[in-house]
Design a binder for this molecule. Structure first.
Ligand SMILES: Nc1ncnc2c1ncn2[C@@H]1O[C@H](COP(=O)(O)OP(=O)(O)O)[C@@H](O)[C@H]1O
Ligand SMILES: [Mg+2]
Length: 385
């Protein structure tokens, strides 16, 4: 058996481990649950930086909703949306799977293939299965969309429960273009189910609030942010106690500060501290420093890619922002011999297009502190050559 660790850092926390590793988010859970269970239910859009805990929150919410409702969790990126039709086919397969769970005749273990062959769940299902098998035989996008949403209504009818559909990484569908999005909007609007979509795409909020875009004012938007400090501290300590792990008081503050209470970094730092402290399990400042160094050296790949994609002036401005704690465009401008005006334009690009910079009260910062430290490390290493 795999040994339990005090902390968990990675992608979403798996459902069966939520009890151990998921903390806080009570406000979000309460509000979302209430608004989803009431009638008429609302449609939500959750947004926030990567690894801030959107999918984990959805997993938890799903668990809580399961008692009275029928929540269905769908990861858009797993449905491989190469094109609209493939996406809708895959979506329908997923929904068929849910539908088949409702039919005692079939049992949960039956695979889709069995379903297709035996078609025990009735004529419409046979019809659907046929379409999915011979999908290449011209079906229009409209028909495909109608079928998948019909199936959602069938699931609500048959289960007699409120169906709540979660579409994680919803921004994947934006690649299909506006015509598809308008049609999807109309379908969601008239569906009996509620929809909760989520996305890390930094332009997502803009998409939902821009009056010319298909989903303008459609979802109630909800930002997922870092967790409150006290809750983070309680969580770290609660787990530490279970493992006889002991943090020096100063270390605990450091973890909270450096991670900015973003749950992923919080857990990653604490986990590395734990591992480096073995077998004594006493986390000193020195151990923390070593854990921090390791964390910086192994930041998530999407951050590294984001940085490496930068070219020319964009890269120069970002580098200067990382290397010298400058916050003002004028400071950056004088360092690289550009006009402050131009620097502002570049910074705006780094915010909007690259999601690498953030602006707070006319001061500029790197959006991820760990990337900043990573860049520093790279720069110091490379400049030696
Ligand atoms: N509520 C939470 N409690 C504890 N850890 C969390 C929580 N939310 C997120 N995390 C941490 O962040 C990591 C990434 O979470 P995830 O749900 O995949 O984020 P997102 O979907 O926003 O990218 C998890 O592996 C876990 O370490
Ligand atoms: Mg996620």
């Amino acid at each position: 058996m795999v040994k339990e660790l005090p902390y968990f850092a990675g992608k979403e926390i798996p459902q069966k481990y939520l009890g151990e590793y998921f903390f806080n988010r009570e406000k979000e859970l309460k509000e979302l649950k209430w608004k989803l269970e009431r009638t008429p239910p609302l449609n939500f859009a959750l947004y926030g930086q990567r690894r801030v805990g959107k999918t984990s929150l959805i997993e938890k919410l799903k668990q809580e909703l399961e008692k009275k409702n029928l929540p269905i969790f769908i990861k858009c990126e797993e449905l491989l949306p190469l094109d609209e039709l493939t996406f809708l086919e895959n979506l329908t397969l997923r929904l068929l799977e849910e539908y088949s769970k409702l039919s005692p005749l079939l049992g949960v273990k039956k695979t889709m293939q069995d379903l297709v062959i035996t078609t025990k769940i009735g004529l419409e299902m046979a019809d659907l299965a046929f379409w999915l098998r011979f999908g290449e035989k011209k079906i229009t996008l409209k028909e495909a969309l109608d079928k998948s949403f019909d199936l959602i209504n069938k699931i609500s009818l048959k289960s007699k429960k409120k169906v709540i559909i979660f579409l994680d990484e919803f921004q994947e569908l934006f690649a299909f273009g506006d015509k598809f999005l308008w049609a999807l909007r109309a379908k969601i609007a008239s569906s009996q189910a509620s929809f909760v979509v989520s996305s890390s795409w930094h332009r997502f909020k803009e998409e939902l609030t821009h009056e010319k875009r298909p989903f303008f004012n459609f979802f109630e938007t909800y930002e997922i942010k870092a967790v409150p400090k006290e809750e983070a501290r309680d969580f770290l300590l609660r787990r530490a106690r279970k493992f006889n792990l002991c943090f020096d008081e100063a270390v605990l503050d450091k973890i909270l500060e450096v991670s900015e209470c973003k749950p992923f970094y919080l857990q990653l730092l604490a986990l590395k501290c734990y591992i480096l402290s073995l077998p004594r399990k006493k986390v000193t400042l020195r151990i923390f420093e070593a854990a921090l160094k390791e964390t910086i050296a192994s930041i998530p790949a999407h951050l590294v890619t984001g940085f490496e994609r930068l070219r020319g002036r964009n890269k120069e401005v970002f580098l200067v922002l990382c290397l010298f704690d400058f916050k003002k465009p004028a400071e950056i401008a004088s360092k690289i011999g550009l006009d402050a005006k131009n620097v502002i334009v570049i910074l705006a690009r780094l915010i909007k297009e690259h999601d690498l910079v953030k602006k707070e009260r006319n001061n500029y910062f790197t959006a991820d502190k760990f990337l900043k430290e990573y860049v520093k490390l790279q720069y110091i290493d490379n400049s030696g050559n």
